[in-house]
Design a protein around this ligand. Structure first.
Ligand SMILES: [Zn+2]
Length: 429
């Protein structure tokens, strides 16, 4: 396994990089052709399309639901969904982090929608993934072993495989009590800190209050969308800029460059844009690295906003202005003139303009006419800050001609340990 990772690390390190969009498109087309011939012919679902001589544009656009429904037909290894699901659920139950189906690793995901997803990967795919992440994300400092503190919901098999003379990983299970984790972190003194933004914020908060003394050289955020205010807070406490990894169960999609722009990994992903409005789109992905379960024209719920101008870093990969979050994160109201959508970044920026005196907050739309503000701040500030946020949301609603919405203010955040924190969420069932 380790050798394979090193192989892929070197492969991605020295692979010729496309210098123009045209070169990149040509490269993708070559990749696509070999992918059709080698992988898709092994998938009962896609083999028919290939035999009929169809090109990618003719393939159906699918989503998580269809991907799960067609699980048995899509995968190339004859894996049965029911069996794989049983293995994954059992593993989750017993907190066994290495559920295996023959030589394959099975993973269960709930994702932001909360719906069950099931993923199966081979050793080769895992090695490739690790090689890529190491290559794209971690800034190597040579001649010194890097200690990486990795905060995860669970210590999965995937991450256990990375250990070499260049890197050492320590896992911090975010289900453990915070005090225990921080004591361990203090003792470990990592060079690199990797966690989801809500955990990074907590860590930065403790550091600022003198309860923690670490000096990481690199901070990596993943799993959740990193909001601007969290980004500023964390990077100012530790005095390093944050590397944002855009990743989901469906794959490693992108990473931020030195200018803070997230670029999509278009050298092994083909990204089609399903436009929502203006520069906002849902990505439809085709992944050349996934052979156990081919990911072909798979539409994600995420809302991405493309940069208006090319990134100064010169990358030919599609650059994002921001990731807005999942479709579930958009608040939707019905007015006499139709539906009005309030996007999370608009709400978060509105709040950022009005107040910064909080630890964190959540805006939850509980039904068509109710919004709840959950606020975590110093008790003495609660009324003032709460009113500022409430007034801001009222203004936003009014500007959009949405009336008669009841706004409720709650002390503290309703959240369970290990769950993903979403700043804005629609909880209508
Ligand atoms: Zn860039």
């Amino acid at each position: 396994m380790k050798l394979k990772i090193v192989y892929y690390w070197l492969y991605f390190r020295f692979k010729r990089k496309s210098k123009t969009r045209k070169e990149l498109t040509q490269y993708q087309q070559r990749k696509l052709q070999s992918f059709f011939a080698k992988v898709l012919t092994q998938s009962p679902y896609y083999a028919t399309f290939v035999k009929e001589g169809k090109v990618l544009d003719d393939f159906p656009i699918i989503n998580k639901q269809i991907f799960m429904e067609m699980f048995d037909q899509i995968n190339t290894q004859g894996i049965k969904k029911q069996q794989a699901m049983e293995i994954a659920l059992q593993a989750e139950e017993s907190r066994n982090f290495s559920p295996e189906y023959g030589k394959l690793t099975v993973g269960l995901s709930t994702g932001t929608s909360g719906k069950r997803g099931l993923f199966v990967v081979s050793e080769k795919e895992r090695a490739q993934w690790v090689g890529l992440v190491m290559n794209r994300v971690i800034k190597p400092i040579f001649f010194k072993k890097q200690k990486i503190a990795f905060f995860l919901r669970a210590n999965s098999n995937l991450y256990s495989s990375i250990r070499s003379s260049l890197f050492e990983f320590a896992y911090f299970d975010i289900f453990k009590p915070v005090d225990e984790l921080l004591a361990d972190l203090n003792a470990y003194q990592p060079h690199i800190l990797a966690a989801q933004p809500s955990v990074l914020s907590d860590i930065a908060d403790r550091q600022q209050r003198g309860l923690l003394h670490i000096s990481p050289k690199q901070i990596i955020s993943f799993a959740e969308v990193l909001q601007d205010e969290d980004n500023h807070f964390i990077s100012s406490v530790f005095n390093v800029s944050i590397t944002q990894v855009y990743q989901c169960t469906e794959g490693f999609l992108g990473v931020s460059c030195t200018h803070g722009t997230i670029h999509l990994n278009e050298d092994f992903l083909l990204i089609e844009k399903k436009t929502i409005e203006g520069r906002r789109f849902h990505p439809v992905i085709t992944d050349f690295t996934r052979s156990t379960q081919p990911i072909i024209r798979y539409e994600l719920d995420d809302i991405l906003i493309e940069r208006e101008s090319p990134c100064p870093c010169g990358s030919v990969f599609l650059g994002l202005e921001r990731i807005e979050g999942r479709a579930d994160d958009v608040l939707v109201f019905t007015t006499s003139e139709g539906k009005v959508k309030l996007y999370p970044d608009i709400i978060c920026r509105m709040i950022a303009r009005r107040t910064n005196d909080f630890r964190t907050y959540r805006i939850v739309q509980t039904d068509e006419s109710h919004v709840r503000i959950e606020l975590d701040c110093d008790p003495g500030d609660f009324d003032t800050v709460g009113q500022r946020i409430q007034a801001g949301i009222e203004d936003l609603l009014q500007t959009n001609h949405v009336y008669s919405i009841t706004i409720e203010l709650q002390k503290g955040i309703t959240t369970s340990p290990g769950s993903k924190l979403r700043k804005v969420t629609r909880a209508i069932l």
